[in-house]
Design a protein around this ligand. Structure first.
Ligand code: SPV
Ligand code: MG
Length: 667
């Protein structure tokens, strides 16, 4: 379906109003022109292309349309003889573009949405008529015969109704009408209405009257018409428009689309909630309240609300906007299903999705990049873990032991059921940091080396880092360690309540491991807390009672004591497959302490889902070693394959293509 709008004529009856402006640019109210209103209505009803005939003050019409920048393709066709011909000739000029079902209207016609809607919904070709308005003296009337339009013109008074030059014509009918128009024009019969041609073939070109009764549907021929129509328009409620934003920087491109959306009606903007922005964009730099303030101060926005999910469902159901506006960049790709849902919801009540062509804003990309780089600055990165814990019930953290595993933790995003899932932070595991160096996990890799690992990861990432601090070393040394970590931007250290030669917890009681006393370990925490200089840094106490089979009571006693000593979180560890002791601990701890974050490392109890942990009251889940454990067997297999075949070809399928490796690492 395409639209044909006739805008070639001079409109001399408008007097002064059309002296310098074409009639279609007459302003109605709120500065909206007749043409603007028509085009927006066409966009609203999903029409993608309009043919606009021009003539009088052609450049002004073209400029006006270009400035409107509506998501509708406009083909301008000039009637060079507009002064000496009627619009039958304008239609003839546009003929080559009219090979479709069409909505045909005069450029001075103002109608309400319901009129166009009924017209478009009609299965047959039809013309807008009114059985309730008195027959006009000089304007169009339609003679009705056998329930169809028989004649259209100003001189038919019998069996006639008031008619307006607004039609929907199916291609088959239109072709017949067009052929007759061409015949008229060939014979030089160009001073008449296009309807004169129709009147000769109305038995073949089946156009039915669509009675719009008292709905607004009027041509504006003079200043009196204009005044009357404007008064009626004032009574029609404005449309409601909805748009969602996740951005925390506002650039001209944003203002541009906001202005375009606001042209369609009263604009409500939904701001993606902080936790959802973190999910979607990795990090929100400014708080939701600040984003609200920014958007509320944009004059074309009437209301700002929060959108709690990437899905628009909740807000669409609550607001029932007439229009949702979005860039067309979500037609394909990860957001396509969100769009599909929006369309489905709008269809339920007759709302419309209006999509503007998306233009990639280089500026935006650059600023995003610059701001993203800032996220790696120690002062910004350090505080992110606490912010995440404030906005999400459960943070998911994965181990990183090198630049490349850091990048995997940083960049991996999975889209599931409309949600972007990604990791909130990185765990620098003692086990992995030792293993990657071919060393046992016994505090053998010293801090010179461990800080180097952290630095390598920090160089290429922005997400918060939790350091596995083993026992934390001597109390006197621990204070220095806290300051160093804090200074470089680490967010938290987890220290375990063990002394002597530390072995990996997953050995449990198979090896000799000694637990620290509550008093001594509390002193370590106190020393660490005294040493730290910012409020951002967290010292998390890890309790080994369950690992060392010292019982639940011991674990809980320690947890409360360490919290009292100032620990910012408690990590409870277990090496059992069965998670019940973990859940028991969390339940009992939560009975007395609702605030202190609880951390778990579900290496052995790996059947528990994040959801289950969240429900139980856990706040951080650390996937502590899966990247290194998956990497080692893959590498071993390749080494064995090469040895076996004595060449590398057979190993190729086991390897990532060099091209992909290169694209993984951005320069
Ligand atoms: C580590 O990842 O180094 C840990 C967790 O400390 S665990 O290996 O389970 O002890
Ligand atoms: Mg460790």
């Amino acid at each position: 379906m395409i639209a044909l709008i006739i805008n070639s004529g001079v409109g001399s009856r408008m007097g002064e109003l059309t002296k310098n402006e074409p009639k279609c640019m007459t302003k109605l109210f709120n500065d909206e022109t007749i043409l603007e209103r028509q085009l927006k209505q066409l966009v609203y009803f999903g029409i993608k292309k309009a043919i606009v005939t021009t003539g009088y003050l052609e450049e002004k019409v073209i400029d006006h349309c270009n400035n409107l920048d509506l998501p509708i393709e406009i083909q301008f066709v000039k009637n060079e003889k507009f002064k000496e011909t009627n619009y039958i000739y304008s239609v003839e000029c546009a003929k080559e573009y009219l090979n479709d079902d069409i909505v045909f209207m005069h450029g001075d016609l103002v109608f309400e949405d319901s009129v166009l809607k009924q017209l478009l919904l009609n299965e047959k070709s039809c013309m807008a008529v009114s059985s309730t308005t008195p027959l006009p003296e000089k304007d169009f009337k339609a003679e009705i015969k056998n329930g169809r339009i028989n004649k259209v013109g100003v001189n038919f008074f019998d069996s006639a109704v008031t008619a307006q030059p607004l039609y929907k014509i199916l291609k088959t009918d239109w072709n017949k009408w067009l052929d007759k128009i061409s015949e008229f024009c060939k014979n030089g019969n160009v001073g008449v209405y296009a309807e004169n041609a129709f009147n000769e073939i109305s038995d073949k070109c089946m156009i039915y009257p669509l009675d719009v009764k008292d709905s607004l549907c009027e041509e504006i021929d003079n200043a009196t018409d204009l005044k009357r129509v404007v008064e009626r328009l004032k009574l029609i409620p404005q449309k409601t428009v909805y748009m969602a934003f996740s951005t925390d920087i506002i650039l001209p491109a944003h203002i541009n689309i906001i202005n375009k959306a606001a042209k369609f009606g009263k604009l409500t903007v939904g701001l993606l909630s902080e936790s959802e922005v973190i999910r979607y964009k990795k990090f929100s730099r400014i708080k939701l309240e600040e984003r609200k303030m920014m958007f509320s101060n944009i004059s074309n926005i009437s209301e700002v609300v929060v959108q709690n999910t990437l899905s628009y469902k909740e807000n669409i159901l609550a607001i029932k906007p007439d229009i949702v506006v979005h860039g067309d960049n979500w037609v394909q790709g990860p957001q396509a299903h969100i769009r599909a849902e929006v369309l489905e919801l709008l269809a339920q009540y007759g709302g419309s999705l209006i999509e503007f062509p998306y233009t990639k804003d280089e500026n935006y990309q650059e600023i995003e990049e610059q701001l993203r780089n800032r996220l790696s600055i120690p002062d910004i990165r350090r505080g992110r873990l606490k912010r995440i814990l404030r906005t999400k019930n459960l943070a998911r953290v994965i181990e990183a032991h090198s630049g490349i595993t850091g990048l995997i933790a940083e960049e991996t995003v999975v889209n599931k059921e409309g949600k972007n899932l990604q990791f909130d932070g990185m765990w620098i595991s003692s086990l992995c940091d030792s293993t990657v160096k071919g060393k046992p996990d016994i505090e053998l890799v010293d801090y010179t080396s461990r800080l180097k690992t952290i630095d390598e990861i920090m160089e290429v990432t922005t997400k918060p880092i939790i350091l596995d601090g083993d026992t934390g070393g001597k109390i006197e040394h621990f204070s220095y360690l806290v300051r160093t970590l804090e200074r470089i931007g680490v967010s938290a250290i987890i220290i375990e309540d063990k002394v002597g030669l530390k072995k990996n917890s997953l050995f449990g009681t198979d090896v000799v491991q000694t637990q620290d006393t509550i008093e001594n370990f509390s002193q370590k925490i106190i020393a660490g807390k005294l040493a730290q200089k910012t409020k951002d840094f967290m010292i998390i106490a890890r309790i080994e009672s369950l690992i060392l089979e010292k019982g639940m009571e011991d674990a809980l006693e320690r947890a409360f004591a360490f919290t009292k000593a100032g620990a910012d979180g408690i990590m409870i560890h277990s090496r059992k497959k069965d998670p019940s002791e973990i859940f028991e601990f969390v339940k009992k701890f939560r009975e007395q302490d609702n605030d202190t974050p609880i951390v778990v490392v579900p290496t052995s109890f790996n059947t528990v889902t994040e959801d289950e942990f969240e429900k139980a009251g856990v706040n951080i889940v650390i996937y502590a070693n899966q990247l290194i454990r998956s990497g080692i067997p893959a590498m071993k297999r390749v080494a064995e394959t090469i040895l076996y075949h004595q060449r590398a070809k057979e190993a190729d399928d086991l390897c990532m293509p060099i091209k992909e490796i290169l694209s993984l690492i951005k320069e």
